[in-house]
Design a protein around this ligand. Structure first.
Ligand code: FAD
Ligand code: DLZ
Ligand code: SF4
Length: 508
Protein backbone atom coordinates (compact mmCIF):
# COMPACT_ATOMS: atom_id res chain seq x y z
CA UNK A 1 0.00 0.00 0.00
CA UNK A 2 1.39 3.34 -1.07
CA UNK A 3 1.80 5.98 1.66
CA UNK A 4 2.74 9.65 1.82
CA UNK A 5 5.07 10.97 4.53
CA UNK A 6 4.44 14.64 5.35
CA UNK A 7 7.45 16.74 6.36
CA UNK A 8 6.63 20.34 7.35
CA UNK A 9 8.94 23.33 7.18
CA UNK A 10 9.82 23.06 10.87
CA UNK A 11 10.26 19.28 10.82
CA UNK A 12 13.60 19.11 9.02
CA UNK A 13 15.09 16.29 11.10
CA UNK A 14 16.23 12.95 9.73
CA UNK A 15 15.09 11.46 13.05
CA UNK A 16 11.51 12.76 12.56
CA UNK A 17 8.98 10.18 13.81
CA UNK A 18 7.13 10.11 10.45
CA UNK A 19 10.39 9.34 8.63
CA UNK A 20 11.41 6.73 11.21
CA UNK A 21 8.11 4.93 10.64
CA UNK A 22 8.31 5.13 6.85
CA UNK A 23 9.62 2.65 4.29
CA UNK A 24 12.34 4.14 2.14
CA UNK A 25 11.84 3.08 -1.48
CA UNK A 26 8.11 2.48 -1.04
CA UNK A 27 6.68 5.62 0.58
CA UNK A 28 6.81 9.14 -0.87
CA UNK A 29 7.90 12.10 1.23
CA UNK A 30 5.75 15.19 0.60
CA UNK A 31 7.15 18.66 1.19
CA UNK A 32 5.45 21.83 -0.03
CA UNK A 33 6.03 25.57 0.00
CA UNK A 34 2.44 26.79 0.23
CA UNK A 35 0.67 30.14 0.33
CA UNK A 36 -1.44 29.28 3.39
CA UNK A 37 1.63 28.72 5.57
CA UNK A 38 3.13 32.03 4.47
CA UNK A 39 -0.12 33.88 5.15
CA UNK A 40 -1.57 32.92 8.57
CA UNK A 41 0.53 35.88 9.73
CA UNK A 42 2.65 38.10 7.49
CA UNK A 43 5.97 36.43 8.30
CA UNK A 44 9.22 38.36 8.15
CA UNK A 45 10.85 37.79 4.72
CA UNK A 46 13.97 36.36 6.40
CA UNK A 47 11.81 33.75 8.15
CA UNK A 48 10.16 32.65 4.91
CA UNK A 49 13.56 32.51 3.22
CA UNK A 50 15.02 30.48 6.08
CA UNK A 51 12.23 27.92 5.91
CA UNK A 52 12.10 27.58 2.13
CA UNK A 53 15.90 27.34 1.79
CA UNK A 54 16.21 24.83 4.63
CA UNK A 55 13.28 22.80 3.21
CA UNK A 56 14.86 22.65 -0.26
CA UNK A 57 18.21 21.54 1.14
CA UNK A 58 16.62 18.97 3.44
CA UNK A 59 14.66 17.52 0.51
CA UNK A 60 17.93 17.20 -1.40
CA UNK A 61 19.56 15.39 1.54
CA UNK A 62 16.64 12.98 1.71
CA UNK A 63 16.87 12.28 -2.02
CA UNK A 64 20.60 11.63 -1.77
CA UNK A 65 19.79 9.25 1.06
CA UNK A 66 17.49 7.21 -1.21
CA UNK A 67 14.07 8.68 -0.40
CA UNK A 68 11.48 9.50 -3.04
CA UNK A 69 10.54 13.13 -2.41
CA UNK A 70 7.64 14.98 -4.02
CA UNK A 71 8.64 18.60 -3.46
CA UNK A 72 6.42 21.54 -4.44
CA UNK A 73 8.03 24.93 -4.92
CA UNK A 74 6.04 28.06 -4.19
CA UNK A 75 5.71 29.11 -7.84
CA UNK A 76 4.90 25.64 -9.27
CA UNK A 77 1.78 26.06 -11.39
CA UNK A 78 -0.07 23.10 -9.87
CA UNK A 79 0.71 24.15 -6.26
CA UNK A 80 -2.56 23.66 -4.34
CA UNK A 81 -1.71 26.45 -1.87
CA UNK A 82 -2.22 24.57 1.39
CA UNK A 83 -0.75 21.57 3.18
CA UNK A 84 -3.98 19.58 2.99
CA UNK A 85 -4.48 20.61 -0.66
CA UNK A 86 -1.00 19.36 -1.50
CA UNK A 87 -1.60 16.08 0.34
CA UNK A 88 -4.83 15.54 -1.62
CA UNK A 89 -3.09 16.27 -4.90
CA UNK A 90 -0.14 14.00 -4.13
CA UNK A 91 -2.40 11.24 -2.80
CA UNK A 92 -4.14 11.16 -6.15
CA UNK A 93 -0.88 11.37 -8.10
CA UNK A 94 0.77 8.51 -6.20
CA UNK A 95 -2.45 6.59 -5.56
CA UNK A 96 -1.68 6.74 -1.87
CA UNK A 97 -4.23 5.60 0.67
CA UNK A 98 -2.56 6.75 3.86
CA UNK A 99 -0.59 9.69 5.19
CA UNK A 100 1.95 9.57 8.01
CA UNK A 101 2.60 12.89 9.72
CA UNK A 102 4.49 14.02 12.79
CA UNK A 103 2.32 16.20 15.00
CA UNK A 104 2.56 19.83 13.83
CA UNK A 105 3.53 22.55 16.34
CA UNK A 106 0.26 24.41 15.98
CA UNK A 107 -3.38 23.51 16.73
CA UNK A 108 -4.46 25.10 13.43
CA UNK A 109 -2.52 22.54 11.39
CA UNK A 110 -3.22 19.63 13.72
CA UNK A 111 -6.94 20.22 13.21
CA UNK A 112 -6.52 20.71 9.47
CA UNK A 113 -4.88 17.27 9.28
CA UNK A 114 -7.40 15.67 11.64
CA UNK A 115 -10.40 16.84 9.63
CA UNK A 116 -8.87 16.41 6.17
CA UNK A 117 -10.73 14.02 3.85
CA UNK A 118 -7.74 11.67 4.04
CA UNK A 119 -6.56 8.86 6.29
CA UNK A 120 -3.87 10.67 8.31
CA UNK A 121 -1.92 9.02 11.13
CA UNK A 122 -0.44 11.67 13.39
CA UNK A 123 2.62 10.44 15.29
CA UNK A 124 4.04 12.13 18.39
CA UNK A 125 6.82 14.63 17.81
CA UNK A 126 9.55 12.93 19.83
CA UNK A 127 12.22 15.55 19.15
CA UNK A 128 11.51 16.93 22.62
CA UNK A 129 12.68 15.72 26.00
CA UNK A 130 9.23 15.51 27.59
CA UNK A 131 6.27 13.86 25.89
CA UNK A 132 2.77 15.34 26.27
CA UNK A 133 1.97 12.52 28.68
CA UNK A 134 5.00 13.23 30.87
CA UNK A 135 4.08 16.91 31.06
CA UNK A 136 0.44 16.12 31.84
CA UNK A 137 1.53 13.74 34.61
CA UNK A 138 3.82 16.38 36.04
CA UNK A 139 1.08 19.03 35.91
CA UNK A 140 -1.61 16.75 37.36
CA UNK A 141 -2.80 17.93 40.77
CA UNK A 142 -0.38 20.87 41.02
CA UNK A 143 -1.83 24.22 42.05
CA UNK A 144 0.91 26.11 40.26
CA UNK A 145 2.89 24.95 37.25
CA UNK A 146 6.24 26.53 38.02
CA UNK A 147 8.99 25.99 35.47
CA UNK A 148 11.71 25.54 38.10
CA UNK A 149 10.31 22.23 39.42
CA UNK A 150 9.65 20.86 35.96
CA UNK A 151 13.21 21.82 35.01
CA UNK A 152 14.66 19.83 37.92
CA UNK A 153 12.82 16.75 36.68
CA UNK A 154 14.29 17.32 33.22
CA UNK A 155 17.79 17.56 34.75
CA UNK A 156 17.20 14.25 36.53
CA UNK A 157 15.79 12.68 33.38
CA UNK A 158 18.65 13.76 31.10
CA UNK A 159 21.44 13.55 33.68
CA UNK A 160 22.70 16.93 32.43
CA UNK A 161 24.86 18.72 35.04
CA UNK A 162 24.11 16.04 37.62
CA UNK A 163 26.49 14.49 40.13
CA UNK A 164 24.62 11.33 41.04
CA UNK A 165 21.20 12.54 42.13
CA UNK A 166 22.51 15.97 43.09
CA UNK A 167 22.87 19.05 40.86
CA UNK A 168 26.42 19.97 39.82
CA UNK A 169 28.10 22.32 42.30
CA UNK A 170 25.24 21.86 44.75
CA UNK A 171 22.61 24.16 43.23
CA UNK A 172 19.90 23.71 40.60
CA UNK A 173 19.85 27.32 39.51
CA UNK A 174 22.70 29.84 39.28
CA UNK A 175 20.62 32.82 38.15
CA UNK A 176 21.73 34.70 41.22
CA UNK A 177 25.19 35.00 39.58
CA UNK A 178 23.75 36.08 36.22
CA UNK A 179 21.91 39.11 34.89
CA UNK A 180 24.76 41.57 35.12
CA UNK A 181 24.28 45.00 33.52
CA UNK A 182 25.61 45.66 30.03
CA UNK A 183 29.41 45.39 29.85
CA UNK A 184 31.61 48.00 28.15
CA UNK A 185 33.12 45.48 25.79
CA UNK A 186 31.78 42.33 24.12
CA UNK A 187 34.38 39.73 23.17
CA UNK A 188 32.03 37.50 21.12
CA UNK A 189 31.59 38.62 17.53
CA UNK A 190 28.11 37.06 17.34
CA UNK A 191 26.70 34.01 15.58
CA UNK A 192 28.59 32.52 12.66
CA UNK A 193 27.21 33.92 9.40
CA UNK A 194 26.84 31.94 6.16
CA UNK A 195 27.20 33.36 2.64
CA UNK A 196 24.15 32.55 0.49
CA UNK A 197 24.79 29.66 -1.93
CA UNK A 198 22.81 28.97 -5.14
CA UNK A 199 19.84 27.43 -3.34
CA UNK A 200 19.62 30.34 -0.91
CA UNK A 201 20.01 32.88 -3.71
CA UNK A 202 17.12 31.32 -5.65
CA UNK A 203 14.94 31.47 -2.57
CA UNK A 204 15.96 35.06 -1.84
CA UNK A 205 14.90 36.05 -5.37
CA UNK A 206 11.56 34.30 -4.87
CA UNK A 207 10.92 35.91 -1.49
CA UNK A 208 11.96 39.28 -2.88
CA UNK A 209 9.45 38.94 -5.70
CA UNK A 210 6.54 37.57 -3.63
CA UNK A 211 6.90 38.94 -0.11
CA UNK A 212 8.64 42.28 -0.51
CA UNK A 213 5.69 44.03 1.14
CA UNK A 214 6.08 42.07 4.40
CA UNK A 215 7.68 43.91 7.34
CA UNK A 216 11.42 43.19 7.51
CA UNK A 217 14.66 43.26 5.54
CA UNK A 218 15.42 40.18 3.45
CA UNK A 219 19.10 40.88 2.96
CA UNK A 220 21.74 40.38 4.21
CA UNK A 221 20.70 36.77 4.77
CA UNK A 222 23.15 34.57 6.67
CA UNK A 223 21.13 32.07 8.75
CA UNK A 224 22.21 28.43 8.98
CA UNK A 225 20.06 26.44 6.53
CA UNK A 226 21.54 22.94 6.86
CA UNK A 227 22.32 20.71 9.79
CA UNK A 228 26.05 20.96 9.02
CA UNK A 229 25.90 24.77 9.18
CA UNK A 230 23.79 24.67 12.34
CA UNK A 231 26.38 22.41 14.01
CA UNK A 232 29.15 24.76 12.97
CA UNK A 233 27.22 27.72 14.38
CA UNK A 234 26.65 25.83 17.63
CA UNK A 235 30.36 24.95 17.95
CA UNK A 236 31.29 28.58 17.33
CA UNK A 237 28.91 29.78 20.04
CA UNK A 238 30.05 27.15 22.55
CA UNK A 239 33.72 27.97 21.90
CA UNK A 240 33.43 31.76 21.93
CA UNK A 241 30.13 32.95 23.43
CA UNK A 242 28.87 30.47 26.01
CA UNK A 243 31.31 31.27 28.82
CA UNK A 244 29.83 34.74 29.28
CA UNK A 245 26.24 33.85 28.29
CA UNK A 246 25.10 33.73 31.91
CA UNK A 247 26.73 36.94 33.07
CA UNK A 248 25.26 39.08 30.32
CA UNK A 249 22.16 37.15 29.34
CA UNK A 250 19.84 40.05 30.16
CA UNK A 251 22.02 42.95 29.00
CA UNK A 252 21.16 45.13 26.00
CA UNK A 253 23.40 47.43 23.99
CA UNK A 254 22.85 50.08 21.31
CA UNK A 255 25.72 48.81 19.21
CA UNK A 256 25.55 45.06 19.70
CA UNK A 257 22.53 42.99 18.70
CA UNK A 258 23.62 39.52 19.82
CA UNK A 259 25.91 40.07 22.83
CA UNK A 260 26.59 36.52 24.08
CA UNK A 261 23.51 34.90 22.53
CA UNK A 262 24.02 32.04 20.10
CA UNK A 263 20.90 32.20 17.90
CA UNK A 264 20.41 28.45 18.18
CA UNK A 265 16.62 28.87 18.38
CA UNK A 266 16.07 28.97 14.60
CA UNK A 267 18.03 25.75 14.06
CA UNK A 268 16.43 24.04 17.04
CA UNK A 269 12.91 25.04 16.07
CA UNK A 270 13.08 23.97 12.43
CA UNK A 271 14.71 20.69 13.39
CA UNK A 272 18.32 21.12 12.23
CA UNK A 273 19.56 20.56 15.80
CA UNK A 274 18.19 18.51 18.66
CA UNK A 275 17.83 19.99 22.15
CA UNK A 276 19.89 17.22 23.72
CA UNK A 277 22.86 17.63 21.40
CA UNK A 278 22.87 21.40 22.00
CA UNK A 279 22.83 20.86 25.76
CA UNK A 280 25.44 18.10 25.54
CA UNK A 281 27.78 20.49 23.71
CA UNK A 282 27.33 23.08 26.47
CA UNK A 283 27.78 20.48 29.23
CA UNK A 284 31.00 19.30 27.58
CA UNK A 285 32.36 22.86 27.66
CA UNK A 286 31.66 22.84 31.41
CA UNK A 287 33.30 19.42 31.90
CA UNK A 288 36.35 20.60 29.93
CA UNK A 289 36.65 23.70 32.12
CA UNK A 290 35.90 26.02 29.20
CA UNK A 291 32.69 27.57 30.55
CA UNK A 292 31.59 28.17 34.15
CA UNK A 293 28.56 26.63 35.81
CA UNK A 294 26.50 29.84 35.87
CA UNK A 295 26.74 30.12 32.06
CA UNK A 296 26.18 26.46 31.27
CA UNK A 297 23.41 25.88 33.80
CA UNK A 298 21.66 29.06 32.62
CA UNK A 299 21.88 28.00 28.98
CA UNK A 300 20.76 24.42 29.58
CA UNK A 301 17.85 25.67 31.73
CA UNK A 302 16.54 27.72 28.79
CA UNK A 303 16.42 24.61 26.64
CA UNK A 304 15.45 21.64 28.83
CA UNK A 305 13.56 23.95 31.19
CA UNK A 306 11.81 26.86 29.48
CA UNK A 307 11.59 25.45 25.98
CA UNK A 308 10.11 22.14 27.10
CA UNK A 309 7.90 23.78 29.71
CA UNK A 310 6.27 26.29 27.33
CA UNK A 311 5.58 23.49 24.86
CA UNK A 312 3.97 21.49 27.64
CA UNK A 313 1.73 24.43 28.56
CA UNK A 314 0.72 25.08 24.93
CA UNK A 315 -0.49 21.53 24.41
CA UNK A 316 -1.93 21.14 27.91
CA UNK A 317 -4.02 24.30 27.66
CA UNK A 318 -5.58 23.61 24.27
CA UNK A 319 -6.43 25.39 21.05
CA UNK A 320 -7.87 28.55 22.60
CA UNK A 321 -4.67 29.39 24.50
CA UNK A 322 -3.33 31.89 21.97
CA UNK A 323 -6.53 33.94 22.05
CA UNK A 324 -6.78 34.44 25.81
CA UNK A 325 -7.07 37.94 27.23
CA UNK A 326 -7.27 37.71 31.02
CA UNK A 327 -6.59 41.42 31.55
CA UNK A 328 -9.17 42.55 28.99
CA UNK A 329 -6.67 44.61 26.99
CA UNK A 330 -8.09 45.98 23.71
CA UNK A 331 -5.81 48.74 22.39
CA UNK A 332 -4.57 48.30 18.80
CA UNK A 333 -0.89 47.55 18.27
CA UNK A 334 0.72 50.94 17.63
CA UNK A 335 2.73 51.80 14.54
CA UNK A 336 5.98 51.81 16.46
CA UNK A 337 5.90 47.98 16.23
CA UNK A 338 6.01 48.27 12.46
CA UNK A 339 8.95 50.65 12.43
CA UNK A 340 6.92 53.85 12.96
CA UNK A 341 8.87 56.84 14.24
CA UNK A 342 9.43 57.03 17.99
CA UNK A 343 11.54 59.02 20.40
CA UNK A 344 11.84 55.94 22.65
CA UNK A 345 15.30 54.66 21.91
CA UNK A 346 14.80 51.22 23.51
CA UNK A 347 11.72 50.55 21.35
CA UNK A 348 13.42 51.92 18.24
CA UNK A 349 16.43 49.63 18.84
CA UNK A 350 14.43 46.48 19.64
CA UNK A 351 12.03 46.96 16.73
CA UNK A 352 14.79 48.15 14.37
CA UNK A 353 16.92 45.07 14.90
CA UNK A 354 13.85 42.86 14.64
CA UNK A 355 13.14 44.45 11.28
CA UNK A 356 16.69 43.87 10.08
CA UNK A 357 17.56 40.54 11.69
CA UNK A 358 14.21 38.80 12.41
CA UNK A 359 15.88 38.41 15.82
CA UNK A 360 15.88 40.09 19.20
CA UNK A 361 17.06 38.41 22.35
CA UNK A 362 14.86 37.39 25.24
CA UNK A 363 15.05 40.55 27.34
CA UNK A 364 14.40 42.80 24.36
CA UNK A 365 11.28 40.72 23.62
CA UNK A 366 10.18 40.53 27.26
CA UNK A 367 11.21 43.79 28.89
CA UNK A 368 11.13 46.25 25.99
CA UNK A 369 8.49 45.42 23.34
CA UNK A 370 6.55 43.01 25.59
CA UNK A 371 6.68 45.27 28.63
CA UNK A 372 5.51 48.26 26.60
CA UNK A 373 2.58 46.34 25.07
CA UNK A 374 1.48 45.09 28.49
CA UNK A 375 1.77 48.49 30.17
CA UNK A 376 -0.08 50.18 27.30
CA UNK A 377 -2.87 47.59 27.37
CA UNK A 378 -2.47 46.30 23.81
CA UNK A 379 -4.79 43.51 22.65
CA UNK A 380 -2.72 40.35 23.36
CA UNK A 381 -3.90 38.63 20.18
CA UNK A 382 -2.39 41.42 18.11
CA UNK A 383 0.79 41.22 20.20
CA UNK A 384 0.90 37.45 19.69
CA UNK A 385 0.44 37.78 15.93
CA UNK A 386 3.23 40.34 15.80
CA UNK A 387 5.72 38.07 17.60
CA UNK A 388 4.66 35.09 15.49
CA UNK A 389 5.28 37.09 12.32
CA UNK A 390 8.49 38.97 13.01
CA UNK A 391 10.86 36.40 14.56
CA UNK A 392 12.57 33.73 12.48
CA UNK A 393 12.31 31.28 15.40
CA UNK A 394 8.57 31.82 15.94
CA UNK A 395 6.24 28.82 15.82
CA UNK A 396 3.05 28.90 17.80
CA UNK A 397 3.88 26.15 20.34
CA UNK A 398 6.84 28.22 21.61
CA UNK A 399 5.82 31.76 20.70
CA UNK A 400 2.28 31.80 22.14
CA UNK A 401 3.13 30.73 25.71
CA UNK A 402 6.02 33.20 25.76
CA UNK A 403 3.90 36.06 24.45
CA UNK A 404 0.38 35.40 25.67
CA UNK A 405 1.49 33.81 28.94
CA UNK A 406 4.88 35.04 30.06
CA UNK A 407 4.90 38.46 28.47
CA UNK A 408 1.26 39.63 28.41
CA UNK A 409 -0.17 37.75 31.44
CA UNK A 410 -3.15 37.07 29.18
CA UNK A 411 -3.43 33.46 30.42
CA UNK A 412 -4.22 34.85 33.87
CA UNK A 413 -0.99 33.68 35.50
CA UNK A 414 -0.45 30.09 34.38
CA UNK A 415 3.13 30.78 33.29
CA UNK A 416 4.06 33.94 35.20
CA UNK A 417 3.35 34.33 38.90
CA UNK A 418 3.28 38.10 38.40
CA UNK A 419 3.26 40.29 35.31
CA UNK A 420 6.65 41.16 33.81
CA UNK A 421 6.29 44.93 34.07
CA UNK A 422 8.91 47.50 34.89
CA UNK A 423 9.49 51.22 34.75
CA UNK A 424 12.35 52.70 32.73
CA UNK A 425 14.75 52.05 35.63
CA UNK A 426 15.11 48.37 34.70
CA UNK A 427 15.91 49.14 31.06
CA UNK A 428 18.38 51.77 32.20
CA UNK A 429 20.12 49.31 34.52
CA UNK A 430 20.43 46.58 31.89
CA UNK A 431 21.31 48.67 28.82
CA UNK A 432 22.88 51.82 27.45
CA UNK A 433 19.65 52.73 25.62
CA UNK A 434 18.56 55.54 27.91
CA UNK A 435 21.78 57.49 27.37
CA UNK A 436 20.76 58.21 23.78
CA UNK A 437 17.01 58.59 24.21
CA UNK A 438 14.92 61.69 23.65
CA UNK A 439 13.09 60.88 26.91
CA UNK A 440 14.65 61.09 30.34
CA UNK A 441 14.59 57.91 32.38
CA UNK A 442 15.02 59.82 35.62
CA UNK A 443 11.94 61.96 34.95
CA UNK A 444 8.77 60.47 36.40
CA UNK A 445 6.36 63.16 35.17
CA UNK A 446 6.36 66.28 33.03
CA UNK A 447 7.90 67.13 29.67
CA UNK A 448 10.25 64.33 28.52
CA UNK A 449 9.32 61.82 31.24
CA UNK A 450 10.09 58.24 30.16
CA UNK A 451 6.83 56.62 28.93
CA UNK A 452 7.65 53.42 30.83
CA UNK A 453 7.66 55.43 34.08
CA UNK A 454 4.17 56.81 33.45
CA UNK A 455 2.61 53.64 32.08
CA UNK A 456 4.03 51.45 34.83
CA UNK A 457 1.93 53.17 37.50
CA UNK A 458 -1.06 53.42 35.17
CA UNK A 459 -0.92 49.61 34.71
CA UNK A 460 -0.71 48.94 38.45
CA UNK A 461 -3.48 51.40 39.20
CA UNK A 462 -5.92 50.07 36.61
CA UNK A 463 -5.31 46.45 37.64
CA UNK A 464 -5.30 47.04 41.39
CA UNK A 465 -8.16 44.61 42.03
CA UNK A 466 -6.31 41.76 40.41
CA UNK A 467 -2.75 42.37 41.63
CA UNK A 468 -2.73 44.27 44.92
CA UNK A 469 -3.02 41.03 46.90
CA UNK A 470 -0.23 39.34 44.98
CA UNK A 471 2.52 38.89 47.59
CA UNK A 472 5.22 39.59 45.01
CA UNK A 473 3.64 42.94 44.09
CA UNK A 474 2.92 44.32 47.54
CA UNK A 475 5.99 46.57 47.51
CA UNK A 476 4.97 48.14 44.21
CA UNK A 477 1.52 49.03 45.54
CA UNK A 478 2.95 50.32 48.82
CA UNK A 479 5.28 52.65 46.88
CA UNK A 480 2.37 53.88 44.75
CA UNK A 481 0.16 54.39 47.78
CA UNK A 482 2.88 56.36 49.58
CA UNK A 483 2.98 58.98 46.80
CA UNK A 484 0.87 62.00 47.57
CA UNK A 485 -2.47 62.15 45.85
CA UNK A 486 -1.64 65.08 43.63
CA UNK A 487 1.41 63.30 42.25
CA UNK A 488 -0.60 60.17 41.55
CA UNK A 489 -3.20 62.27 39.73
CA UNK A 490 -0.47 63.86 37.60
CA UNK A 491 1.02 60.47 36.71
CA UNK A 492 -2.35 59.05 35.68
CA UNK A 493 -3.37 62.14 33.71
CA UNK A 494 -0.07 62.21 31.82
CA UNK A 495 -0.25 58.45 31.16
CA UNK A 496 -3.80 58.85 29.83
CA UNK A 497 -2.63 61.65 27.53
CA UNK A 498 0.17 59.42 26.26
CA UNK A 499 -2.26 56.57 25.57
CA UNK A 500 -4.62 58.96 23.76
CA UNK A 501 -1.75 59.99 21.53
CA UNK A 502 -1.06 56.32 20.79
CA UNK A 503 -4.76 55.79 19.98
CA UNK A 504 -4.70 58.77 17.64
CA UNK A 505 -1.81 57.16 15.77
CA UNK A 506 0.66 59.84 16.84
CA UNK A 507 4.26 58.84 17.35
CA UNK A 508 5.56 58.88 20.89
P1 FAD B 1 19.64 32.14 23.91
O1 FAD B 1 19.38 33.31 24.76
O2 FAD B 1 21.04 31.86 23.48
O3 FAD B 1 19.01 30.85 24.64
C1 FAD B 1 19.31 29.52 24.27
C2 FAD B 1 18.09 28.75 23.83
O4 FAD B 1 17.20 28.57 24.89
C3 FAD B 1 17.26 29.41 22.74
O5 FAD B 1 17.80 29.15 21.49
C4 FAD B 1 15.90 28.77 22.92
O6 FAD B 1 15.81 27.57 22.20
C5 FAD B 1 15.86 28.47 24.40
N1 FAD B 1 15.03 29.45 25.09
C6 FAD B 1 15.47 30.52 25.80
N2 FAD B 1 14.43 31.13 26.39
C7 FAD B 1 13.33 30.45 26.01
C8 FAD B 1 11.95 30.62 26.27
N3 FAD B 1 11.49 31.58 27.07
N4 FAD B 1 11.09 29.76 25.69
C9 FAD B 1 11.53 28.78 24.88
N5 FAD B 1 12.82 28.57 24.60
C10 FAD B 1 13.71 29.40 25.18
N6 FAD B 1 11.69 31.59 21.55
C11 FAD B 1 11.53 30.85 20.44
O7 FAD B 1 12.28 29.92 20.20
N7 FAD B 1 10.51 31.15 19.56
C12 FAD B 1 9.65 32.17 19.78
O8 FAD B 1 8.75 32.41 18.97
C13 FAD B 1 9.81 32.96 20.94
N8 FAD B 1 8.98 34.01 21.19
C14 FAD B 1 9.16 34.75 22.32
C15 FAD B 1 8.26 35.80 22.57
C16 FAD B 1 8.40 36.55 23.72
C17 FAD B 1 7.41 37.65 24.02
C18 FAD B 1 9.43 36.27 24.63
C19 FAD B 1 9.58 37.06 25.87
C20 FAD B 1 10.33 35.24 24.37
C21 FAD B 1 10.20 34.46 23.24
N9 FAD B 1 11.08 33.38 22.95
C22 FAD B 1 10.88 32.63 21.83
C23 FAD B 1 12.14 33.00 23.91
C24 FAD B 1 13.52 33.63 23.64
O9 FAD B 1 13.38 35.02 23.50
C25 FAD B 1 14.21 33.05 22.42
O10 FAD B 1 14.23 31.64 22.52
C26 FAD B 1 15.64 33.51 22.30
O11 FAD B 1 15.68 34.91 22.24
C27 FAD B 1 16.28 32.92 21.07
O12 FAD B 1 17.56 33.42 20.87
P2 FAD B 1 18.88 32.58 21.16
O13 FAD B 1 18.84 31.30 20.42
O14 FAD B 1 20.03 33.49 20.89
O15 FAD B 1 18.70 32.27 22.67
C1 DLZ C 1 6.34 29.05 8.81
C2 DLZ C 1 6.18 28.27 7.55
C3 DLZ C 1 6.16 28.93 6.32
C4 DLZ C 1 6.35 30.38 6.21
N1 DLZ C 1 5.98 28.25 5.18
C5 DLZ C 1 5.84 26.91 5.21
C6 DLZ C 1 5.59 26.17 4.01
O1 DLZ C 1 5.46 26.72 2.93
N2 DLZ C 1 5.50 24.83 4.12
C7 DLZ C 1 5.58 24.17 5.30
O2 DLZ C 1 5.51 22.94 5.32
N3 DLZ C 1 5.79 24.86 6.44
C8 DLZ C 1 5.91 26.20 6.43
N4 DLZ C 1 6.07 26.90 7.58
C9 DLZ C 1 6.07 26.16 8.86
C10 DLZ C 1 4.65 25.80 9.32
O3 DLZ C 1 3.86 26.98 9.37
C11 DLZ C 1 4.72 25.08 10.67
O4 DLZ C 1 4.95 23.73 10.39
C12 DLZ C 1 3.50 25.22 11.52
O5 DLZ C 1 3.41 26.52 12.01
C13 DLZ C 1 3.51 24.24 12.69
O6 DLZ C 1 4.57 24.52 13.58
FE1 SF4 D 1 13.36 53.50 26.90
FE2 SF4 D 1 12.61 55.30 28.74
FE3 SF4 D 1 15.16 54.59 28.52
FE4 SF4 D 1 14.03 56.05 26.62
S1 SF4 D 1 14.36 56.66 28.73
S2 SF4 D 1 15.38 54.29 26.32
S3 SF4 D 1 11.97 55.24 26.61
S4 SF4 D 1 13.48 53.26 29.10
Amino acid sequence: MSRLILVLGDQLSETLSALKSARKGEDTVVMAEVADETAYVRHHPKKIALIFAAMRKFAQTLKEDGWTVAYTQFDDTDNAGSIVGELLRRAEQFEAQEILATEPGEWRLINALKYAPLKVHILPDDRFIASHKEFEDWAEGRKQLRMEYFYRDMRRKTGLLMEGDQPAEGKWNFDHDNRKPAPDEITFEGPLRFEPDDVVNDVLDLVDARFANHFGALRPFWFATTRAQALEQLDHFVAHGLAKFGDFQDAMLNDNRFLYHGLVSTSLNIGLLTPLEVCAAAAKAYDDGKAPINAVEGFIRQIIGWREYVRGIYFLEGADYASRNALGHTRDLPQVYWGGATGMNCMAKAVGQTQEEAYAHHIQRLMVTGNFALLAGIDPTQVHEWYLAVYADAFEWVEAPNTVGMSQFADGGIIASKPYVSSGAYINRMSDYCKSCSYSVSKKTGEGACPFNLLYWHFLDRHRDRFSNNARMGNMYRTWDRMDEERRETVLTEADALLSRLDAGESI
